[in-house]
Design a protein around this ligand. Structure first.
Ligand SMILES: [Zn+2]
Length: 191
């Protein structure tokens, strides 16, 4: 009996250790990205007649780091830049609409800097990739369980789900890329 219990314990422990972290396996980021149909989109990126972004690549190389341009399977609901013809606030990221809460993946390898609610941004994750580069993920509905500042993450690792926390009117990811304190356009950076 004792042997059975020990065997069970070992099995359980091994099973836990071997369990993949969500998103570490099976992460599939679409090769193409579309602009959402049926929406009026500010700063819409260039697209072909099927609404696919032209010259799109899944990843970009930024200050030595490989980064996803869109770290979630979604469509673009707002581009980067000034809104409403310059009358609105400058949009320092890209909005990626998912409809339902959908897994978000770390844009690149790095260290989690913040996991917290930020004014306007709602539930937000910030990842530092190196001295110069950070990415930010806003309006989340939930964080990956146990995700904490100081955690190492790899590109494609699950970090949370899209949502509409903070100043958001639809379930989407607001994704920002900052290089040396300046926001970059994730869809065109590194070109
Ligand atoms: Zn946004």
């Amino acid at each position: 009996m004792r042997n059975v219990i020990i065997a069970l314990l070992i099995f359980t422990l091994t099973a836990c250790v071997n369990a993949p972290k969500p998103g570490q396996q099976g992460t599939v980021i679409s090769e193409s990205l579309k602009v959402c149909s049926g929406l009026r989109i500010s700063n819409a990126p260039d697209t072909d007649n099927k609404k696919h972004l032209v010259d799109y690549s899944t990843k970009a190389q930024i200050v030595g780091v490989s980064l996803f341009r869109a770290p979630v399977n979604a469509c673009v609901s707002s581009g980067y830049g000034p809104r409403r013809g310059g009358a609105g606030p400058f949009h320092r990221g890209v909005d990626l609409y998912t409809g339902n809460p959908t897994p978000i993946y770390a844009g690149g390898d790095g260290t989690v800097e913040d996991v917290k609610t930020m004014r306007g941004y709602g539930k937000t994750v910030t990842i530092r990739h190196n001295k110069k580069l950070i990415t930010r993920y806003a309006h989340l509905s939930r964080y990956a369980s146990g995700l904490r500042p100081g955690d190492q993450v790899v590109q494609g690792q699950y970090i949370g789900n899209t949502g509409e926390t903070g100043n958001a009117t639809a379930v989407h990811l607001h994704y920002e890329v900052w290089v040396n304190g300046k926001a970059k356009n994730p869809l065109t950076m590194g070109r």
